[in-house]
Design a protein. Structure first.
Length: 162
């Protein structure tokens, strides 16, 4: 009798552990996810900058393009530019790598890349602009981008739709 009670108690504990791990450990790709916050974006970019400084530029640029890597979390990804406005890595649109986008403006005339370059040269900062949202059929929506300088030659960023 004691063995049966112990067996069912262990099964119950295992079941609870499974339920807790599924409901509490939902990842960023879960359909129940909440929208990312600005604080999460800052931490995400800071982690990417630290990764780049620790692992080197070439390895970091490759990792930022890895669709299954640590720098692709739900709608968040890392983009990297040099200070001339050329894309050197892009976790959301790989086809942009090698293109200079310094003259690109949003529909309100905000020179998005030029402004991001200037913010990164100062160390870090936020920019609000309009951008096509791939999760809504590329509808133009307000977006906030955060950038941070890696060194004197390049910077990283990410952003959220607001």
């Amino acid at each position: 009798m004691v063995k049966k009670i112990f067996f069912f108690l262990m099964l119950f504990i295992l079941f609870l552990g499974l339920v807790c791990s599924v409901t509490m450990g939902q990842d960023a790709d879960s359909p129940n996810k909440g929208a990312n916050t600005r604080e999460e974006v800052v931490i995400f970019v800071e982690n990417a900058v630290n990764y780049a400084k620790t692992n080197g530029k070439e390895r970091a640029l490759k990792e930022f393009m890895n669709t299954n890597g640590k720098f692709k979390k739900g709608g968040l990804y890392i983009y990297a530019y040099d200070f001339d406005g050329t894309v050197i890595s892009h976790g959301g649109q790989a086809e942009l790598v090698g293109k200079n986008l310094i003259g690109m403006s949003d529909s309100n005339g905000v020179q998005v890349i030029k402004e991001l370059v200037e913010l990164a040269k100062q160390g870090s900062g936020w920019l609000e602009y309009l951008w096509p949202n791939p999760e809504h059929g590329n509808k133009i929506e307000p977006k906030a981008g955060y950038v941070m300088k890696v060194d004197g030659t390049w910077f990283l960023g990410s952003g959220i739709y607001e």
